[in-house]
Design a binder for this molecule. Structure first.
Ligand SMILES: *[C@@H]1O[C@H](CO)[C@@H](O)[C@H](O)[C@H]1NC(C)=O
Length: 157
């Protein structure tokens, strides 16, 4: 009995003594802060399925890393992470790419420009992901341009 207890204690101690080496530094280096910003938005902004129409799942097996997608979501319009509240610079076309994820956004009406707020953009991405949980997709984000809607794709790179 004493031996078993001793072995148990030893095993526990050894396990505790070796806490997942190298994994934490690696995570800190490779996962951008914007990933966590998107996770926080996802908790505070309700799912709005009607934010999008015409969602199409292009390839459900396309491999898109979740934190790449989130970081790419905030790298549109030259970057909307942190204190930036909406797309800057009124582009008619913009892309956001991080690692395996590429977003491409286009204003659909002629001579209109992309003017989507970060909150609306998150609603559109989330609503499209609710339809296509994995892989590549395309959808129309209602509003989000100076006039009319914006069309977007999420493709794997
Ligand atoms: C973008 O949207 C904001 C908020 O609705 C508005 O104040 C601004 O005038 C718009 N800019 C353009 C270029 O449409």
């Amino acid at each position: 009995m004493t031996t078993i207890l001793f072995l148990f204690t030893l095993t526990t101690t050894l396990c505790l003594g070796a806490p997942a080496p190298a994994q934490y530094p690696l995570l800190q280096v490779t996962v951008p802060q914007s990933h966590f910003e998107v996770l926080r938005m996802r908790q505070s902004i309700p799912l709005e399925p009607r934010a999008v129409t015409d969602t199409e799942c292009i390839d459900r097996n396309a491999h898109i890393v979740f934190h790449d997608q989130n970081a790419a979501e905030l790298s549109i319009c030259g970057g909307i992470a942190g204190s930036v509240k909406r797309c800057q610079g009124s582009p008619s076309l913009t892309q956001g790419r991080v690692g395996s994820a590429l977003f491409t956004l286009k204003a659909m009406s002629k001579e209109s420009t992309i003017n989507v707020s970060k909150k609306r953009w998150e609603q559109c991405v989330r609503a499209a992901r609710a339809v296509c949980p994995t892989g590549s997709l395309s959808a129309t984000c209602l509003g989000g341009a100076s006039r009319g809607d914006l069309q977007f794709t999420l493709l794997s790179m």
